[in-house]
Ligand binder design. Structure first.
Ligand SMILES: *Cc1c(COP(=O)(O)O)cnc(C)c1O
Length: 391
């Protein structure tokens, strides 16, 4: 591995402090590096590989589409994207879908759609989006503009204007910031990257009420918490609070780069031909991946499985927290869990990797658990044993 790493460090831009592991192949919920070492994967390529590695039906669907047709451009229709749109609209409760190549592009599209909606109503672009402190929405300039983490933003300012930040779960704070310029409220129902902070149900219900009253759009970024991770297809269904615009990516393609923003009809009407576009988005290959993902979710009854295994994971993490006073709190929903420590978790992560377990952090003091959705209770036990030893 050392040779590969040396070469990579000479060739790739230094935007990451990577772990000193070169991954080579995957099988089920295990990964292998180029030296043959095996790892239990509780990161899933950052909440991407919901189905785990080597699902043969998913792989076959991709191979078949490669031989048939990879790309068409959006000047034409293609059958896989029509089917994928129907699946995603059905699963998310939205009416129309726009496919992108990544999560950050889904956020860009959602921002543009919200702004166009406001513009059509007020004939001015002088509007504001309220976003959350500690949020993460992506790295392109628009998505960075609504990301509430100063360290990601500072060097790249000026970003797009008209963004106001508020604290998640503080109704007083957001009420003080809503005014006639407010066009949309954007949040992750479960903040993931920022430290695994779920929104309160009452908070989301109150946001929905405020948005309805003032014709403000409610946008949920479900790129990480969506696609079954919380035990419902989308987290809004766990809360019973439906957004006007929703973004998805990560597990939507399970390894094939695809994202989407979707919205209810009243909002979709704001877009007209020429308002937005993409060369690759929704091409037959990535759409075939989306269809194969939905097929497997149904076939494996994955939502039911997530409910069961995540309840077990919660119990085991709670037990761990009880026995280690340096663990301050467990937070999360479904298979998106965080353990907050009193100290930075970097060393725990490195030691876990030495001991054949892949884990990520969410902020400096929080261990993040985002395994493939197909993990079993036995895998949870295996992870807990390694973690105990490492702590
Ligand atoms: C990962 C992520 C994004 C960005 O997605 P990319 O595909 O990396 O551009 C946006 N929002 C949330 C909540 C995410 O977890």
């Amino acid at each position: 591995m050392e040779e590969y790493i040396k070469e990579a460090e000479n060739l790739l831009m230094h935007t990451y402090s990577r772990y000193k592991i070169v991954l080579d192949r995957g099988e089920g919920v295990y990964l292998y590096d180029t030296d043959g070492k095996k790892y239990l994967d509780f990161g899933a390529g950052i909440a991407v590989f919901a189905l785990g590695y080597g699902n043969t039906e998913y792989n076959s669907a991709l191979k078949a589409q490669i031989d048939k047709l990879l790309h068409t451009s959006n000047y034409f229709y293609n059958v896989p994207s029509i089917k994928a749109a129907a699946r995603l609209a059905g699963a998310s409760g939205m009416d129309r879908v726009f496919f992108t190549n990544s999560g950050t592009e889904a956020i860009e599209g959602a921002i543009k759609l919200a702004r166009k909606y406001y513009y059509k109503k007020h004939h001015t672009g002088d509007s504001q989006i309220i976003a959350m402190n500690r949020s993460f929405h992506g790295r392109s300039m628009g998505a960075l503009s609504v990301t509430g983490q100063p360290s990601y933003r500072e060097a790249f300012e000026p970003l797009i204007g008209g963004v106001v930040f508020t604290d998640l779960n503080s109704i007083e704070d957001i009420k003080a910031k809503i005014n006639e310029k407010t066009c949309a409220i954007l949040l992750e129902p479960v903040q993931a990257e920022g430290g695994v902070y779920p929104a309160d149900e009452e908070y989301l219900k109150e946001l929905r009420r405020l948005c309805d009253e003032k014709d403000i759009l409610l946008i949920f970024d479900e790129i990480q918490c969506g696609m079954g991770r919380t035990g419902s297809m989308f987290a809004w269904q766990e809360y019973g609070v439906k957004p006007d615009i929703l973004t998805a990516a990560k597990a939507l393609g399970c390894g094939v780069p695809v994202g989407a923003f979707a919205a209810v009809e009243k909002v979709c009407k704001a877009f007209e031909p020429g308002d937005h576009g993409t060369t690759y988005g929704g091409n037959p290959f990535t759409a075939a991946a989306v269809n194969a993902v939905f097929d497997q979710y149904e076939k494996l009854n994955l939502l039911h499985h997530v409910k069961e295994v995540s309840a077990y994971l919660e119990d085991r993490l709670d037990e761990l927290a009880e026995n280690h006073k340096e663990i301050k709190e467990r937070r999360g929903k479904g298979l998106l869990q965080g353990l907050e420590f009193e100290y930075p978790v970097k060393d725990i992560i490195l030691k876990a990797m030495d001991n054949n377990l892949i884990l990520f952090s969410a902020g400096s003091n929080v261990l993040r658990f985002i395994p493939p959705l197909v993990i079993t209770k036995e895998h949870v036990d295996e992870m807990i044993e390694i973690l105990k030893k490492v702590i």
